[in-house]
Design a protein around this ligand. Structure first.
Ligand code: ADP
Ligand code: MG
Length: 440
């Protein structure tokens, strides 16, 4: 067997072993999964071969689980392409929802040790450690919020690992959708009392992506009582969401107010240095060797989302080991484009102008017209500098936009700010900050 194909088989075996373990249903596994063969892996697809159309119906519900486990192991979520033994291939719908229940398992690498701390997440990190060390006292509830892929789940699971290693505490981590589903199941099975009991025994309850229960009246009601019960017993509650409680639409007022009782902490996108450190850490964990040049290149091009940062790394790894492909900037570009469904943001002179005005709390008119006011000079020159750095506009149009006399004004400003950027930490900080709002 060719080396590439051999690696593919090994990876597939590993995936299927995990699937079997998670399913915990030998019969279903034997019937629907054992016969599936892997044919190959391409940049974003996994090609599977199954016995036939009748089989397909039974197999499809497991696709979601396979993709998820594949992601756990290989680090990216592939499309699944199915062909029947001896027939033409066809692609299945992108992400059929799995209808089979399985336990949520923790990611063993989401530990405090593996979490890289930087200025944008240090508060969240410190708060997570504080509640793990002195539960029920320091901050209750702890409410972590922030954009997708910034480490909230990682921190929550780090708390779980930390506790499980040290204490005999009852601790439960659940994504909110699992909480919701289990609650619904319990209604169906007339076992809501058991469902309730399970939560009331806990010392720690962590619900990830709590915004998911917004608008689901019954679940909110149930959670409200569980929350009160645990809170009164001084048990630690930790929640995460993509936004602060007040901004979660359809979340009941009484829950909003309870979520605000403790500590709200925002997790922000990491700065450049932290991103580099995260990438290096992930390389270390996954035993991937990458040139610094490539690491910096990825870091410069993926700014607002650590999950994508990591996704890029995993795809690179897969390409280089499974397909023995050389890693250069071109390959990285392709992968980033693929990972980044949001695409890279295009910065315009207008957006530079409004970012500068926002930062300095001044009006656009002041920048353009009040050329003599002293505290306008720096913002204007920074605007010109960023306009030149980030937009590809001509010196002429930058001059017009920022009220400069002509292109020489822009050139002068550009050189001056560039020197300041290199020599003055304070100015560098300002510029980086404005730039980070632009490139998000
Ligand atoms: P969220 O729950 O905020 O959407 P996750 O916790 O799932 O984000 O993080 C996405 C990925 O990024 C995970 O693999 C996580 O390990 C990684 N990650 C995020 N922040 C950090 C960090 N500061 N250090 C190390 N890894 C991080
Ligand atoms: Mg999460």
């Amino acid at each position: 067997m060719e080396k590439g194909q051999e690696n593919v088989e090994i990876l597939w075996k590993e995936v299927m072993a995990k699937v079997e373990e998670r399913l915990n249903d030998n019969r279903a596994y034997d019937i629907w999964l054992r016969p599936v063969k892997i044919k190959g892996i391409s940049a974003n697809k996994v090609q599977l071969e199954i016995p036939g159309t009748t089989f397909e119906k039974g197999f499809i519900p497991y696709i979601g689980l396979i993709r998820e486990i594949f992601e756990d192991i290989a680090g990216w979520k592939p499309e699944i392409e199915i062909s029947y033994t001896g027939e033409e291939k066809r692609t299945t719908p992108p992400s059929p929802t799995p209808t089979i229940e399985y336990e949520t398992s923790l990611n063993p690498s989401y530990t405090f040790d593996n979490f890289v701390v930087g200025p944008k997440n240090q508060l969240a990190h410190a708060a997570a450690q504080a509640v793990a060390q002195s539960p029920g006292i320091a901050y209750n509830p702890l409410f972590l919020y922030g954009g997708f892929g910034l480490g909230k789940t990682h921190l929550m699971q780090a708390i779980v690992h930390f506790i499980q290693e040290r204490d005999e505490k009852n601790i439960l981590y659940l994504p909110a959708d699992v909480y919701l589903n289990e609650f619904i199941q319990s209604i169906k099975n007339k076992t809501t009392h058991l469902f309730r009991q399970r939560f009331r025994k806990l010392d720690f309850l962590l619900i990830d992506d709590i915004h998911f229960i917004a608008g689901k009246e019954g679940t909110q009601e149930e959670f409200f009582h569980t929350f009160n019960f645990l809170y009164d017993q001084r048990k630690q509650i930790i929640l995460s969401s993509d936004r602060p409680p007040k901004e979660i639409s359809f979340l009941e007022k009484r829950l909003v107010s309870r979520f605000e009782w403790g500590l709200l902490v925002e997790v922000l996108p990491p700065d450049f240095e932290t991103r580099v450190a995260i990438l290096k850490k992930k390389c270390e964990i996954k035993k991937i060797v990458l040139d610094d040049e490539i690491i910096y290149y990825i870091t410069e091009n993926v700014k607002d989302n650590v999950r994508i940062l990591e996704g890029v790394l995993n795809r690179l790894f897969a390409l280089s080991t499974l397909l023995s492909q050389e890693i250069d900037k071109k390959v990285v570009d392709e992968i980033i484009d693929g990972e980044y469904y949001n695409k890279r943001v295009v910065v315009t002179l207008d957006s530079v102008m409004s970012a500068v005005c926002d930062y300095f709390k001044i009006k656009e008119d002041d920048i353009v017209k009040n050329t003599r006011i002293k505290n306008i000079l720096l913002p204007r020159q920074i605007g010109m500098f960023l306009g030149r750095e980030l937009t590809g506009s001509s010196l002429h149009s930058i001059a017009i936009k920022f009220g400069g006399k002509d292109h020489t004004t822009v050139l002068y400003a550009y050189k001056k700010i560039k020197t300041l950027y290199q020599n003055d930490q304070y100015i560098k900080g300002i510029i980086d900050e404005i730039r980070s709002t632009l490139e998000r």
